[in-house]
Design a protein around this ligand. Sequence first.
Ligand code: T3D
Length: 257
Amino acid sequence: MQETVRVEAREGWRRLVLNRPERLNAFTPAMQAALKAALEAAGADPSCRAVLLTGEGRGFCAGQSLEQPVGPDADLGRMLEEGYAPLIRALRDLPVPVVCAVNGVAAGAGANLALACDIVLAARSASFSQAFVKIGLIPDCGGTFFLPRLVGTARARALALLGDPIGAEQAAEWGMIWKAVPDEALMPEAEAIAARLAAGPARALALIKSAFADREALDAQLALEATLQREAGRSKDFAEGVCAFLEKRPPVFRGGR
Ligand code: T3D
């Protein structure tokens, strides 16, 4: 069976590669669990002093895998509490820095996974989108925590409410990411940063991460996202959004609360 997350050991650091390229690395529960386990294993290995996260193929990550229509009993709040929130916490709590090399489209949970990392570089051809609203959902995976802090509330609200993609250069201009680089420079630059961090003062790097963590606020926002997503996930608009994606047509949202 194909490994959904490939782990490659380097001198003092690890490269983690999301590996479902035929689905633009969209998240299945197995991939979520594999990424969390890979992060925890990296954190438990004293010889691993930095992590580089990227995606296989032309995409970084297209968010939650949408492969079948959703039934009325789906509890998205529970899926966040048990799946994505522990993953985001594992990333933020990792005592080593995580560099993210966004190699292509980063949508929904994929965009917010990238924003949860410590240093984010993106290829110029990459894009970021809070695609959730296009299927009748709210941003999750900490997006409502990270986005306003990175780009301010005016831009965060428009990105979340419209779900439009923005390119890597715009994302860098807005302060959403560290920098956009030419496509061919992405991996060499990201690897050089990971190697540099791996050779850095490990304790200080861990303490710098802690200083920025704002953990209580993140936990509160993850809990709020789960509550709101539970409600959004019960809506007919969500069911229609997923059907429309699967049928490759625009959704027809009918609203109603
Ligand atoms: O459920 C819960 O737990 C709640 C949590 C939700 C978290 C979320 O992430 S919600 C958001 C989910 N993601 C999306 O809504 C994005 C869906 N994908 C797209 O809108 C587009 O694919 C992209 C804009 C990302 C890229 O467009 P494009 O034109 O470059 O590629 P494409 O042709 O649409 O996709 C290529 C293939 O990947 C295609 O398969 P095919 O037709 O070649 O067999 C497409 O169906 C597949 N794919 C893309 N995204 C997903 C996916 N398959 C499953 N799940 C996906 N999310």
